[in-house]
Design a protein around this ligand. Structure first.
Ligand SMILES: Cc1ncc(COP(=O)(O)O)c(C=O)c1O
Length: 401
């Protein structure tokens, strides 16, 4: 193979595009790097610090290897190149923070929607193992729209539950809409996308205990908040995402939000027993049963996620989480001082305020919404890169109207 590799080097297969194409690519790269700290409406860390990872890829030659992880990362008999070991290590680290003490299973997904897709699919399968009746999916109107779309894709009757003004699920509405005769697949928002509200799992549980549907599966969408709640000092915050305390069956956390990967990725984790309900289609040439929805998944994402976890550690995530919430509190104070009184939910890094003028909305790439309670709103999501100077400038610009 030595000769072959030298020949590919000589043959120009490693060549860059021509000068005009490179000029355009470079212009695009310059613009993206210059504007990266002005993407405030979306929960992405724009200082992902992955230089070391990319240098390591070049040092090892992995940049020229195709890496695909197939199906279950916990499989043992597998010849194809893979990074299953690091996928398992990353999942196990996160599962520990989420209190899956009775055993867990998981997979690195293509993002938040893919994680929710597994939640809805695994939920449907787990409920089917307990009742022949078709389940109903319950989700609040403030939860990410992917859950409703996935209900549609998986052909599930879906009941959209009203939300309070702060964005939490209205559990009185859940009580009215919950059908005791059918299995319930409850999708719980731990950080609704626009208002960053955390659904009250204890109140949801009280309703479920009272109405007693024939079977229940709880899936948590912790896309952004799942990256930092497990590391906060406040035990009440950690309890929200603790499977042992809250009895949820599965969750989906995003890799490209608080965990700061630079492209879509995520992790789906469920209680280990749930896997037994997955009567998946056996595929002989793939050496067994594939519980995942996609067959091929990135082998690089698990490496990147493991790199992030190993380089940051629990203490590093704790510091980042405390910084994010401190900067959120600062933005709130700076806005209050200027007469703009934002909505910020408990433990949330999403700051919501009346929609400022278009120029400001576009300059900071804010996310906007029209709300039944508050009218025209915009929000910014405070991430690791937020610093006091940036916040003061932002508050001044928002307050200008
Ligand atoms: C709460 C929540 N869940 C799910 C998603 C969907 O994630 P993705 O865009 O990675 O598919 C988002 C996206 O912003 C989200 O905020």
């Amino acid at each position: 193979m030595e000769e072959y590799l030298e020949e590919t080097e000589r043959s120009g297969r490693h060549a860059r595009p021509g000068a005009p194409e490179m000029a355009r690519l470079n212009a695009c790269a310059r613009e993206l790097v210059t504007r990266r700290f002005l993407q405030m409406g979306y929960p992405f860390d724009q200082d992902v610090c992955l230089k070391g990872f990319y240098e390591w890829l070049l040092e090892t030659g992995l940049q020229d290897v195709t890496l695909i992880n197939v199906g279950d990362p916990y499989k043992t008999e597998w010849d194809m190149l893979n990074t299953d070991e690091f996928e398992r290590k990353a999942i196990d680290f996160l599962a520990d923070g989420f209190g899956f003490r009775g055993g867990h299973w998981g997979v690195v997904t293509n993002g938040g929607t893919d994680g929710n897709m597994h939640g809805v699919y695994f939920g449907r399968k787990a409920l089917a193992a307990r009742s022949p009746l078709p389940p109903i999916l319950y989700v609040s109107e403030e939860a990410h729209y992917s859950v409703r779309k996935l209900g549609d894709i998986q052909n599930l009757e879906t009941r959209v539950i009203r939300a309070h003004a702060d964005g939490t699920m209205d559990t009185e509405d859940l009580r009215r809409r919950l059908d005791p005769s059918r299995p319930a697949l409850v999708a719980i928002a731990i950080g609704g996308t626009f208002k960053g509200a955390i659904d009250d799992q204890k109140a949801i549980d009280a309703v479920l205990r009272e109405v007693r549907p024939v079977a229940v599966y709880r899936h948590l969408d912790v896309a952004l908040f799942g990256g930092y709640l497990p590391y906060l000092d406040d035990p009440e915050a950690r309890e929200v995402v603790d499977a042992a305390a809250m009895h949820f069956d599965s969750l989906a956390v995003s890799g490209h939000k608080f965990l700061a990967l630079n492209e879509p990725a995520g992790v789906f984790i469920c209680r280990k027993e749930i896997l037994d309900d997955l009567q998946s289609i056996p595929v002989p040439y793939l050496n067994g049963v594939i519980p995942t929805i996609s067959c091929s998944r990135s082998g690089f994402d698990p490496l990147k996620l493991y790199w992030r976890i190993a380089a940051t550690g629990r203490e590093g995530f704790r510091k980042q989480a405390e910084h994010v919430l401190a900067m959120t509190a600062l933005l709130r104070r700076e806005l209050d001082a200027r007469g703009v009184h934002p909505l910020v939910n408990r433990w949330s890094n999403t700051v919501i305020f009346p929609r400022p003028r278009e120029e400001v909305v576009h300059r900071y790439c804010m996310a906007c919404s029209e709300d039944a309670y508050y009218g025209k709103l915009a929000h910014v999501v405070v991430m690791q890169y937020f610093q006091p100077d940036l916040i003061r400038q932002l508050a001044a610009d928002i307050a200008e109207g």
